[in-house]
Design a protein around this ligand. Structure first.
Ligand code: C2E
Ligand code: CA
Ligand code: CA
Ligand code: CA
Length: 277
C-alpha cells in the first residue's frame, strides 16, 4: 500500500488516497484485533425508576496494542462494510453468554442485551449459530435480548419476521434499537415478536426542556404502552431527564447518570456494593 501511495500521487488526490489507505489499514487491523485479544466487551447497566439494576447492554471495545482506543462508531461501520461484523457479532454473542454465566455465578443474574447487526442477522445460518453458542455455553436464551435496528427492515421483511419468530421460539427476546431514527412505517411493530423499544439518545437529550423532543418521547412511551412493549430510554445523563421519565410511564433507563459502560469485573464489584439509600 505504501508503494501504491508513492506511485499514485499523480493519479489520485493525496487526501483521497490517504483516506482509502486508512480504511484498508483499519479493516486489516480489525481482523487481527480479534485474534490478538484487542477486543473486549463493556457492560452498561439498565435501571428501573428506583434505580435498581434490571439488565445490562454489552458494548464492544477495541484497544490497540499501543493502548489507544478506537471508538465503536468508527470500527463498527468499518466491520459492517467489510463483512467482518458477522465474525465479530458471533464473538459478541458468545461473550454475552459467558458474561451472563459469570454474573449468575456472582449472584447477579440479569438479562443481557447484545447488538446484532443486520448483516449478521441475515446470514443464512444465523439461527443455527445462535443455537450452537447457546448449546456450547449453556446460557439460557431467555436471558438474552437481541438489539436490532430499523435497518433490518429495509429488505425482505417477511424473511426477517420469520427468522425472528424462530429465535423467539428459542426464548430470545427482541428490542428495536435507536427507535425512531430510521424508519417511518410503523406497521412492522405489529408483525414482529418484539419485547422492547429503545428510545434513541438523540430524543432523550431534548427532554424535558425542548417541547417537540419531549412530545416525541411521550408519544413513543404511550404507543409502547398500548402495544405492550417495554421501553428503554438510552443516554440518560441528567437528573432532570430521569425525573421526567420517572413521571412519564417510568421506562427502564440507561445512561451515564447511572452507570458508564465498564468491564464485567467492575460491574460485578459495583453490584456487590451494599445499596446506598
Ligand atoms: P448503541 O447500540 O445505540 O449504544 C449506545 C451508545 O450510547 C453506546 O456507545 C454507549 O456507550 C453510549 N451511551 C450510553 N450512555 C450514554 C449517555 O448517557 N450519554 C451518551 N452521550 N452516550 C451514552 P458506544 O459504546 O460508543 O457504541 C456506539 C455504537 O456502536 C452502538 O450504539 C452500536 O450501534 C455499536 N456497537 C457497539 N457494540 C456493538 C456490538 O457488539 N455489535 C454491534 N453490531 N454494534 C455495536
Ligand atoms: Ca444498542
Ligand atoms: Ca442509540
Ligand atoms: Ca445503534
Amino acid at each position: 500500500a505504501k508503494e501504491a501511495g508513492r506511485n499514485g500521487v499523480a493519479l489520485f488526490e493525496t487526501g483521497m488516497l490517504a483516506e482509502a489507505e486508512r480504511k484498508l489499514t483499519l479493516e486489516t487491523d480489525l481482523a487481527a484485533a480479534l485474534e490478538n485479544g484487542e477486543l473486549s466487551m463493556h457492560l452498561q447497566l439498565q435501571v428501573d425508576h428506583d434505580q435498581a439494576p434490571v439488565g445490562a447492554e454489552l458494548l464492544m471495545r477495541w484497544r490497540r496494542a499501543d493502548g489507544s482506543m478506537v471508538p465503536p462508531d468508527v470500527f463498527i461501520p468499518a466491520a459492517e462494510a467489510s463483512g467482518l461484523i458477522v465474525h465479530l457479532g458471533q464473538w459478541a454473542l458468545r461473550q454475552a453468554c459467558l458474561c451472563w454465566l459469570r454474573l449468575d455465578a456472582a449472584g447477579h443474574a440479569m438479562p443481557l442485551s447484545v447488538n446484532v447487526s443486520p448483516l449478521q442477522f441475515r446470514q443464512p445460518d444465523f439461527v443455527e449459530q445462535v443455537e450452537l453458542v447457546l448449546r456450547e455455553t449453556g446460557a439460557p436464551a431467555s436471558q438474552l435480548i437481541f438489539e436490532v435496528t430499523e435497518g433490518l427492515l429495509v429488505d425482505d421483511l417477511n424473511q426477517t419476521i420469520a427468522r425472528m419468530h424462530q429465535l423467539a421460539q428459542l426464548g430470545i427476546r427482541f428490542s428495536i434499537d435507536d427507535f425512531g431514527t430510521g424508519y417511518s412505517n410503523l406497521a412492522y411493530l405489529k408483525k414482529m415478536p418484539l419485547y422492547e423499544l429503545k428510545i434513541d439518545k438523540s430524543f432523550i437529550r431534548d427532554t424535558p426542556n425542548d417541547v417537540n423532543g419531549t412530545a416525541i418521547v411521550q408519544s413513543i412511551l404511550a404507543m409502547a404502552d398500548h402495544l405492550g412493549l417495554r421501553v428503554v430510554a438510552e443516554g440518560v445523563e441528567t437528573a432532570q431527564q430521569a425525573s421526567f421519565l420517572s413521571a412519564n410511564r417510568h421506562p427502564t433507563m440507561q445512561g451515564y447518570l447511572f452507570s458508564r459502560p465498564a468491564p464485567l469485573e467492575e460491574l460485578i464489584r459495583k453490584l456487590d456494593e451494599p445499596v446506598r439509600t
